[in-house]
Design a protein around this ligand. Structure first.
Ligand SMILES: [Zn+2]
Length: 287
């Protein structure tokens, strides 16, 4: 059985348990969305109240210390299933249905051990998984730019082409960098070299630069898109004036062209140019 068939089977079995994931996947059809096309780039905005935990996530050290880790076995709900996957580098990962979906298929791939987000040691695994599981696009949210579990290493998987940037990379929306190679060793080398170009100083509590990374594999080989970030959340998130306050916490999905808000007021306020301006402010160019 292919990896995708195993995961599809797990998805069906989990939906049949009628737990939390079933509830949220059933509600996806009702998610309001609006077109946010900007300069020819087909961005979209989703109003998804089920994502409120992710949009408003408190990832301060104090908050993380107080909550059970939802990617560790002890923090799982009883109706969450797991498919184990071992990378060619013998690192073990748990593939699970993301209980707070953005798309009709949405998975988390977390390290089998509780270790904090750190991209480069898991890059080989991410690319090898992309090669084995070509039905999905994988992405990584850095610990300070979108991850709601910065204390536990994880990727996510969504259907191929769910993110507009995959097909529209050449339509300039926000600064982004792309590496395409046939061979995994060369891909790893070039992606690592690209990441090293971010030489901005880290804050005292940070252990990694702010990166959002997308990878997939198709008949042409490996593809990786990197967004270098200036900050985790936009100024409008902290705006005191309720007329100007917009609760959006951009991560890879947003940088890739799908904005997510969990409140009607934020959905109503955002326009294509405002969403674009927010993304522009969060992404930086690397020399
Ligand atoms: Zn954990």
């Amino acid at each position: 059985m292919s990896l995708n068939a195993q995961i599809e089977d797990m998805f069906s079995r989990e939906m049949a348990l009628h737990g939390r994931a079933y509830t949220f996947y059933s509600q996806l059809d009702k998610v309001l969305h609006k077109d946010m096309t900007y300069n020819g780039f087909p961005a979209k905005l989703f109003f998804n109240p089920g994502r409120v935990q992710s949009v408003m996530a408190d990832i301060s050290e104090e908050a993380l210390a107080k909550r059970p880790c939802f990617l560790c076995p002890s923090g799982l709900e009883d109706k969450q299933l797991t498919t184990l996957w071992t990378s060619p580098t013998q690192q073990q990962y748990c593939i699970r249905v993301n209980p707070f979906p953005i798309f009709k298929r949405h998975y988390t791939i977390s390290s089998a051990i509780h270790e904090r987000q750190a991209f480069v040691p898991h890059l080989h695994s991410m690319l090898a998984l992309a090669e084995q599981w070509q039905e999905v696009t994988l992405f990584y949210n850095g610990p300070f730019c979108g991850a709601s579990a910065p204390d536990h290493m994880h990727f996510q998987a969504v259907p191929r082409h769910a993110l507009p940037i995959e097909k529209h990379f050449d339509t300039v929306y926000v600064p982004a960098y792309r590496i395409d190679e046939k061979d995994i060793t060369t891909q790893i080398q070039h992606v690592t070299e690209l990441l090293q170009k971010d030489t901005s100083p880290l804050q005292p509590d940070e252990w990694e630069h702010k990166w959002n990374v997308i990878s997939w594999h198709d008949t042409e080989g490996f593809h990786t898109i990197v967004f270098f970030r200036t900050k985790g959340q936009p100024d409008c998130f902290f705006e005191k004036d309720p007329e100007k306050c917009i609760h959006i916490s951009p991560a890879t999905v947003e940088m890739g062209g799908i904005g997510i808000v969990a409140e009607q007021s934020s959905f109503d306020k955002l326009t294509p140019s405002l969403l674009h301006d927010i993304m522009q402010d969060l992404a930086k160019k690397i020399d």
